[in-house]
Design a protein around this ligand. Sequence first.
Ligand code: ADE
Length: 251
Amino acid sequence: PALRIDVVSIFPDYLSALDLSLIGKAREDGLLDVRVHDLRDFTHDRHRTVDDTPYGGGAGMVMKPQPWAEALDHVVGQADPGATSRRPHLVVPGPGGAPFTQAMARELAQEEWLAFACGRYEGIDERVYEHARESLGLEVSVVSLGDYVLNGGEVAVLAMVEAIGRLVPGVIGNAESLVEESHEDGLLEYPLYTKPREWNGREVPPILLSGNHAAIAAWRHEQRLARTAARRPDLLHASHGDGDVDITAAT
Ligand code: ADE
């Protein structure tokens, strides 16, 4: 069965990128079932209000609980009759969440049903999280793309759905290409070259033309270590412990 993904947002048009490219193709192929909902459809006032001022004071606006609760109730009420999973895992993107990683993408790709709640303004009334957990029985994860602030969850959802969707079996034809990627084994990827052998006076590293597969593998591993040390020293653990890596090789 397809991985079902519901997204609730006040800017459903933002999610139209999910019609394109690999994710759009996966939807056509029946591998992903993506449903986008407009939060304002769950308001009842003439101005379709979704936000209000924060209790206790402070800058900015807070998203009201009522439209969110009705939107989540609606999504949960749309469970597919045949599906094993009766409830989605709710993912709420926000800069205060747990870091989104390749490992988390792998875990979420194993779920049957994901729902994403895109917040805007300063955030969503805390009671919405309680309602989702306690009244609807949902697993709720607040997840951050990184230590910077976006204007809303929509861009984060595009990134997360792409990272998760490509891990769903069948979405990427060559499953082998998935294991040889940055962040799959804790090291960044080695540098890549294609034809021509000499371009603009620049040569491909001769070892790649040597036909010596063991030497090529060793060179690539060195490059990965050097790159990781230069760009992402935080990823290097004792387990890779070659120790003295020449970081000048990495750019
Ligand atoms: N919404 C606002 N900032 C965000 C971030 N860094 N990650 C995920 N969602 C966000």
